[in-house]
Design a binder for this molecule. Structure first.
Ligand SMILES: Nc1ncnc2c1ncn2[C@@H]1O[C@H](COP(=O)(O)OP(=O)(O)OP(=O)(O)O)[C@@H](O)[C@H]1O
Length: 240
């Protein structure tokens, strides 16, 4: 099944008289279950593309279909509705709420979606187990390492069972061991649940996990090839 279909998409940013063409006639289809890296030099359009797929932004021209729905012309509120429940985000700087514990950060999207207390508790505990942080559930972000914070962010992105998770440079602020743990967590959850991951990265150590590598240059896709797709040994799956 197609999770995202990008047809002839362009995105032009205008600041005063200055125009920047961030994406030029991009075509890309993301199928359910993919684990795909967007790579390319700084300024090539990776973040712009993720923001469009994530319904955070609107294309200047072209057609964008997410989960079978045409989202090219949605207004701000309609885009927010589309994101909720369909798309999860993981950011470079984790973006957790600093005053909430790991547990509460993961629970937040379920509260916003009006889930019952019993359902919330069951789901959050399941995710804490899946990211191997059950014993840190009452820690606030400043009481967790960068890698642990990013694993909490992964759990928060997954908690509503979205069709698609988008990650912009998820390991950019992590050291090598923590970056590896974060990537292995993403691979494992992709293997166990089949949730689709698309992530932007510069890091060759991250690219090796991708099963598909899409390379952008000057706002265009210049290659689209199979990656090594390094697999991760799964213990007993907790979310499958
Ligand atoms: N909000 C904006 N307003 C104006 N120009 C922008 C805006 N966002 C991005 N751009 C420009 O669009 C182009 C693509 O930027 P984008 O952030 O998508 O690239 P990127 O590949 O993600 O880069 P990096 O790897 O450095 O994050 C760049 O030339 C950038 O300067």
């Amino acid at each position: 099944m197609e999770v995202a279909k990008i047809e002839n998409i362009s995105r032009i940013y205008k600041i005063g008289q200055v125009e920047t063409q961030a994406l030029r006639n991009v075509n890309l289809t993301i199928e359910s279950g993919e684990f795909t890296a967007l790579v390319g030099p700084s300024g090539s359009g990776k973040t712009t593309l993720l923001q469009l797929i994530g319904c955070l932004d609107q294309p200047t021209s072209g057609k964008l279909t997410i989960n079978g729905k045409d989202v090219s012309q949605l207004d701000r509120n309609q885009r927010a509705d589309m994101r909720r429940g369909t798309i999860g985000f993981i950011f470079q700087f984790f973006a957790l709420i600093p005053t909430l514990t790991a547990y509460e950060n993961i629970e937040m999207p379920l509260l916003l979606n009006g889930k019952s207390p019993a359902e919330r508790q069951q789901r959050v505990n399941q995710l804490l187990k899946a990211i191997d942080l059950e014993d840190h559930s009452h820690h606030r972000p400043d009481q967790l390492s960068g890698g642990q914070q990013q694993r909490v962010a992964i759990a928060r992105a997954l908690v509503t069972q979205p069709a698609l998770i988008l990650a912009d440079e998820p390991t950019a602020n992590l050291d090598t061991p923590n970056g590896k743990l974060v990537m292995e967590t993403m691979v494992r959850l992709n293997q166990e649940t089949g949730v689709t991951f698309v992530f932007a990265t510069h890091d060759p150590r991250v690219i090796q996990y991708a099963r598909r590598i899409v390379t952008l240059r000057d706002g265009m896709i210049v290659s689209d090839e199979a990656g090594e797709g390094q697999l991760v040994e799964s213990a007993a799956p907790v979310l499958a």
